[in-house]
Design a protein around this ligand. Structure first.
Ligand SMILES: Cc1cc2nc3c(=O)[nH]c(=O)nc-3n(C[C@H](O)[C@H](O)[C@H](O)COP(=O)(O)OP(=O)(O)OC[C@H]3O[C@@H](n4cnc5c(N)ncnc54)[C@H](O)[C@@H]3O)c2cc1C
Length: 417
C-alpha cells in the first residue's frame, strides 16, 4: 500500500490552482535559476545573483516562506499547501533538491542559506518590535543568512563557546572564532551569531543571539576545503562593532534560541534520486551478458534501498501531518521525538544509500568522471557528501540524545548502571 495524502475535490482545486500559478512564475522569472552544480566550488557569482533575484520574486508572492503569516511577508499557507510550492521549485533545484540530503525548498537556490532557522529563532524569542523589524526582509528572501554557531572547541557542546559580545553604548563589540560556517555564497548579508554577553551568568543563560550585518569592519571570512560540498568557512570576529539593535530577544536566551530554530513547516520526505537512478541504471546496464537487475544480489540491494527510502518518505509524511494538526489546533499528541527521529533517520540514510550504490554497481560507483561514472559522475560525490552530512545541525549521537530528552524530559541524564 502506498500511503498518500487524500484531498477533497475543493482542496484538489486549490492545490492545482496554486501549482499552476507557481509554474507560471517559474516560467516567467525562473530562467537560468537552479540549485547549482553538483560541486558547489564551481558555482558562479552570476548564478548566485540570479538565484537571489528569483528568491525575491518568490518573496513578493509570499512564497519564499509560504507558511509565515502575511503580515511578515509570507503567504499564510498551511504546510500542506506550501508543499505544492516546494514540489514545483524542486524542479529548479535539480540535484540540490533530492539528490543530496538537506537541500529542499526555496532556500537551496542559494546554498547554505539559513534564513528559515533565523525566522524560527525570532518567532520563539523575538520581541514584537524585533519581529516587525527583522522578519519581513528574511521572510521575503531578501537577506542571505549564515548560521554562525560552532567554534573550534564548541560543536556538540555548544554552550562551551567562547565568542564574546560586549555592550559599549549603543553598540556591541564582538570577538571570537567560528568554524564550519556558511558556504560558497560568501559574503552573505547577515550572520546569525551566538556570543557570550554575560560571563557571570550560569551556563546556558550567558549566551545571546544576534543578527549582524556581514559587511562591518572586523569580520574576516576564510574558506575551508571540505570532503564534499557545501564548502565551509572560518569566521574571525576582531573587535567588530555593530548596533545594539541587532540583538534578538531579551539577552541571555541564546541557548533557548539555538534549541528552537527550525524551518517553516513539515514536508514530506522524498525518496532520494540516487535510488531512482539505482533502479534505472540496474535495469539498463548489461554485465556478464545479463541486466544488472536480473542479478539476485542486486535485486536484494535495490529492494532494501527502496524500502529504506519509503520509510523516510513516510516519516516525513507523518511529520507534515503532525505540523498540520499542530497548526490547526487539532493535535491529539504533543510533538516530541518526531523531528529528531527524522533527522537521525535522514543522516543514517545517506551513507546507507551510498553503500547500496557501491554494492550494486561495484567500484564504478566511485568514478567521478563522465562517461564512466554512473549518474553523470555524481554518485562518487554522493558518497563523500553523505558522510559529511552526518555532522551539520548536530551529529547522529546528539540527535539521539535530543530524542531521548524530548521523551523523558529536559535535563534528564541516563542513570549510571
Ligand atoms: C558540512 C558541515 C556543515 C556545517 N555547517 C555549519 C554551519 O553552517 N554553522 C555552524 O555553526 N556549524 C556548522 N557545522 C558544525 C556542526 O554543527 C558541528 O560539526 C557539529 O555540531 C559537531 O560538532 P564538532 O564537529 O565540534 O564535533 P564534536 O562535538 O567534537 O563531536 C565529535 C564526536 O563526538 C560525538 N559526541 C559529542 N558529544 C557527545 C555526547 N554527549 N554523546 C555521544 N557522542 C557525542 C559526536 O557525535 C561526534 O561523533 C557544520 C559541520 C559540517 C560538517
Amino acid at each position: 500500500m502506498r500511503f498518500e495524502n487524500v484531498y477533497t475535490p475543493e482542496q484538489e482545486r486549490a492545490r492545482e490552482a496554486l501549482r499552476k500559478e507557481v509554474r507560471e512564475l517559474i516560467k516567467a522569472k525562473g530562467k537560468g535559476v537552479s540549485g547549482g552544480p553538483v560541486d558547489d566550488r564551481t558555482i558562479s557569482r552570476d548564478l548566485l545573483k540570479r538565484n537571489k533575484e528569483f528568491r525575491i520574486e518568490l518573496g513578493k508572492k509570499g512564497w519564499f516562506m509560504p507558511t509565515m503569516p502575511k503580515k511578515y511577508g509570507g503567504a499564510g499557507l498551511s504546510p500542506d499547501m506550501a508543499s505544492v510550492i516546494y514540489d514545483e521549485l524542486d524542479v529548479l533545484n535539480e540535484w540540490a533538491a533530492d539528490g543530496f540530503p538537506g537541500g529542499v525548498g526555496p532556500t537551496s537556490f542559494v546554498p547554505n542559506d539559513h534564513s528559515t532557522g533565523m525566522v524560527g529563532i525570532l518567532n520563539k524569542i523575538g520581541t514584537e518590535e524585533q519581529k516587525d523589524r527583522m522578519l519581513p526582509p528574511l521572510v521575503r528572501g531578501e537577506l542571505v543568512t549564515w548560521e554562525v554557531f560552532t567554534e573550534p572547541e564548541a560543536g556538540s557542546d555548544l554552550p562551551s563557546l567562547q565568542t564574546t559580545a560586549v555592550r559599549d553604548g549603543d553598540e556591541y563589540v564582538i570577538n571570537g572564532h567560528k568554524m564550519w560556517i556558511g558556504g560558497n555564497n560568501a559574503p552573505p548579508d547577515v550572520l546569525m551569531t551566538l556570543a557570550i554577553t554575560d560571563p557571570n551568568a550560569p551556563r546556558h543563560r550567558n549566551i545571546s543571539v544576534f543578527l549582524i550585518p556581514c559587511n562591518i569592519p572586523g569580520v574576516h571570512i576564510y574558506p575551508i576545503d571540505c570532503l564534499a560540498p557545501p564548502y565551509k568557512n572560518q569566521i574571525i570576529f576582531e573587535d567588530a562593532r555593530f548596533p545594539a539593535s541587532c540583538a534578538v530577544g531579551e539577552g541571555g536566551d541564546g541557548w533557548v534560541a539555538f534549541n528552537t530554530r527550525g524551518g517553516d513547516g513539515g514536508r514530506e520526505g522524498e525518496r532520494r534520486r540516487p535510488i531512482d537512478e539505482l533502479i534505472d541504471y540496474s535495469k539498463e546496464t548489461i554485465r556478464n551478458g545479463q541486466r544488472l537487475s536480473q542479478d539476485p544480489e542486486v535485486q536484494e540491494i535495490v529492494t532494501k534501498a527502496y524500502v529504506d527510502n519509503e520509510i523516510h518518505r513516510l516519516l516525513g509524511l507523518r511529520n507534515r501531518w503532525m505540523a498540520e494538526q499542530n497548526r490547526a489546533g487539532t493535535a491529539k499528541k504533543r510533538t516530541t521525538y518526531e523531528g529528531g527521529q527524522m533527522t537521525v533517520y535522514n543522516k543514517q540514510l545517506g551513507p546507507r544509500n551510498a553503500d547500496a550504490l557501491l554494492k550494486a554497481w561495484g567500484p564504478v560507483a566511485l568514478i567521478a568522471n563522465e562517461p564512466w561514472g554512473p549518474m553523470r559522475g555524481a554518485a562518487e560525490m554522493y558518497h563523500r557528501h553523505a558522510i559529511e552530512q552526518t555532522h551539520p545541525g548536530g551529529t547522529i549521537e546528539i540527535n539521539k540524545l535530543r530524542m531521548f530528552r524530548s521523551v523523558i524530559g529536559p535535563g534528564t541524564r541516563i542513570p549510571a548502571s
